[in-house]
Ligand binder design. Structure first.
Ligand SMILES: [Zn+2]
Length: 368
């Protein structure tokens, strides 16, 4: 991947390039930011730039033998490690066909997308011990073609205590080895790993950068693109959900839930919580996050309907909910509780209990 293929992040790109030109290439870096901000594509472009035979001042050439292999994800000195469900493979290299396809088609991939590529939406992903040993083994080889060999370690937050076997190699890597860790959530990374890496903050995309991209690639008008860029909070993945004009796949489940709460259908709410809890931890977090965005939409547009930036059935849902004239505090409390519930699910609370508690709260707060 070349830097020019990555949306925005101009400051960060030039910082990385200047580092390479001055011979300052830290041996372990952690690219930190949401998947939709572009940490993974940046790590790929950075490795390609370092090993490019004819780099320019601002990018890799895209044509030399090294660039071509980097672009087709077949470079022998580029190693990857990523989380996967243990029934799908023993090590990352068993899933290279799927991984290569994802990186080529969707380099801004996030974990739920990756799990759905593997047909494992409801499963837990991690790095089994065999994978950690494989990392050590593959990095003990000499570089084949480049001066450096790279390990792109995607989502180290899913490294459990097994990850501790990697400490020594991260601290004292074999000659000319570069670790590029790409993470979304610093707090969930083993402290021992975190302390051995230099962190590179990947910020949200600027509204102007995302707008420009959406006009070109999604063929939106300037107004549409600006609206989508605003509600996407600098996240490319979010922008694609909105730009494609489809309502979220979560919408019907959300609307159904709100209707049950509003109608105070307690028995049905218990069944609903039972079923919805089955969607798996990552999807459930996505679902609640989505609902939170919708409710925030209600909050914001309670000041003025002009501020309702959603359209289609989601926009109508927000308008309808606004016409209920719920007290501001009720909406705010619902938002806070949903946010808190996402945290609880994150920390492995029982999804069904969390959903039931939320249902009871929302049932009360949907009345004036
Ligand atoms: Zn090149």
């Amino acid at each position: 991947m070349r830097f020019s293929e990555i949306i925005g992040q101009e400051k960060l790109k030039s910082k990385l390039i200047v580092g390479v030109k001055n011979g300052r290439i830290p041996h372990a870096q952690l690219f930190l930011g949401k998947s939709g901000f572009g940490g993974l594509p940046l790590a790929l472009a950075y490795a390609q730039y370092i090993s490019c035979i004819n780099p320019t001042d601002s990018d890799s050439c895209g044509e030399c033998s090294s660039c071509r292999k980097m672009q087709s994800i077949t470079h022998p000195d580029m190693h990857f490690s990523f989380p996967f469900p243990s029934d799908k493979a023993k090590k990352s290299s068993d899933l290279m066909v799927e991984w290569r396809a994802v990186l080529t088609e969707k380099p801004y991939v996030n974990l739920p997308d990756w799990m759905s590529v593997l047909g494992a939406e409801k499963k837990q992903a991690n790095f089994p011990i065999a994978e950690c040993r494989e990392i050590i083994r593959s990095l003990s080889l000499k570089p084949f073609e480049s001066e450096y060999k790279f390990l792109v370690l995607w989502l180290p937050e899913y490294l459990g205590n097994e990850g501790n076997v990697l400490l020594k190699i991260i601290e004292e890597p074999p000659h000319n080895t570069i670790f590029l860790l790409v993470a979304e959530n610093e707090e969930k990374i083993l402290g021992t790993i975190l302390s051995r890496t230099q962190s590179v903050k990947v910020p949200p995309l600027l509204v102007s950068e995302l707008t420009e991209f959406l006009i070109k690639s999604n063929e939106l008008t300037e107004d549409e693109a600006t609206r989508v860029a605003h509600i996407s909070h600098g996240d490319f993945n979010e922008s694609q959900k909105f730009a494609n004009g489809f309502e979220s796949p979560f919408f019907e489940t959300w609307r159904g839930w709100m209707a049950l709460c509003y109608g105070r259908k307690m028995g049905e709410l218990v069944n609903w919580a039972d079923n919805t809890a089955q969607m798996g931890k990552e999807s459930l977090k996505g679902f609640l996050q989505y609902g939170l965005e919708l409710l925030r939409g209600v909050l914001v547009s309670s000041y003025s309907s002009e501020l309702n930036t959603w359209d289609g059935s989601e926009g109508k849902f927000i308008t309808n909910m606004n016409s209920m004239n719920l007290p501001f505090e009720n909406l705010e409390l619902m938002c806070n509780e949903i946010e808190r519930s996402i945290g609880l699910i994150e920390r492995n609370a029982q999804p069904k209990i969390v959903l039931l508690d939320l249902s009871f709260l929302i049932t009360r707060k949907l009345k004036k």
